[in-house]
Design a protein around this ligand. Structure first.
Ligand SMILES: [Zn+2]
Length: 208
C-alpha cells in the first residue's frame, strides 16, 4: 500500500506522431508511474505531481526537454530509441527540480548532473538501452554535466554522506547554492574533491 506522499503522478499523454510504437508510449507512462513517487520523495515532496507528456515530431533539438509541467519527447528519438524509456526519468527530474530559470546559467552542469543522478538512482530499466554511469571517461570535467557530473555525485554520496545530493538540490532550488557548499559539507573544496574523485576513479572506484 502506498503511504501518503507516494501518489502516482497525474500524467496526460499526447502522441502527435502515429508511427511511435504504442509499447513505447505505454512504457513512458509506466516508467513515470514507477519513478515519480521516488523522485518527488527524494527531492521535492511539495511538487505538484502533474505532468503533460507530448511525443512531438516537431521537436528536433535533442532527445527530449522539460519545462512548465510539460515533458516533450522527440518523436524521431522515440522511434529510433524505443527502449530508452528512462529518458522521461531524466526529464521529469527537471520538473521536480523546479529551479528558477537563472539556475541554468553557470550552474547548468549541476542541473543536468542531478537529473542524470536521478536517472541512475531511480531509473526503471537503464540497462535496456545500455545507459550507465559505470565507466569513467578519462579527461571528463565536472562542468561536462550529465553523466560526468552524475558519476561525481554518486562518489560524493560516499565521501559526504547520503543526503548530500538532496541538500545540493535544495540549495539550487532556493538559489543559495555556491561552491562553498562542498567545503562546508565535506571539508574539501570542489576542486580538491574532484581531484579525489578522479584519483578514486582511475584506481578502480565504480558506482554500485
Ligand atoms: Zn536534462
Amino acid at each position: 500500500m502506498r503511504s501518503e506522499g507516494r501518489r502516482a503522478p497525474d500524467v496526460d499523454v499526447r502522441v502527435l506522431d502515429p508511427k511511435v510504437p504504442a509499447a513505447t508510449v505505454d512504457g513512458y507512462r509506466d516508467t513515470l508511474a514507477h519513478v515519480v513517487p521516488d523522485i518527488t520523495d527524494f527531492f521535492n515532496p511539495a511538487w505538484t505531481n502533474r505532468i503533460r507528456l507530448v511525443i512531438d515530431p516537431g521537436y528536433t533539438d535533442g532527445p527530449a526537454a522539460a519545462g512548465d509541467g510539460v515533458i516533450t519527447v522527440s518523436a524521431g528519438y522515440a522511434r529510433t530509441h524505443p527502449r530508452d524509456l528512462d529518458v522521461v526519468t531524466h526529464e521529469v527530474t527537471h520538473l521536480v527540480q523546479a529551479y528558477s530559470p537563472g539556475t541554468y546559467g553557470d550552474r547548468w552542469h549541476w542541473v543536468e548532473g542531478v537529473a542524470d543522478y536521478a536517472r541512475y538512482r531511480f531509473g526503471r530499466d537503464n540497462a535496456a538501452c545500455g545507459w550507465s554511469i559505470a565507466r569513467y571517461e578519462r579527461g571528463s570535467a565536472l562542468t561536462d554535466g550529465y553523466r560526468a557530473t552524475a558519476r561525481f555525485l554518486a562518489w560524493a554520496v560516499e565521501a559526504g554522506g547520503d543526503g548530500i545530493v538532496q541538500d545540493l538540490d535544495a540549495a539550487l532550488r532556493k538559489g543559495t547554492y555556491g561552491d562553498e557548499f562542498w567545503a562546508a559539507r565535506t571539508g574539501d573544496d570542489i576542486a580538491a574533491l574532484w581531484s579525489r574523485y578522479v584519483r578514486a576513479s582511475v584506481t578502480g572506484w565504480r558506482p554500485v
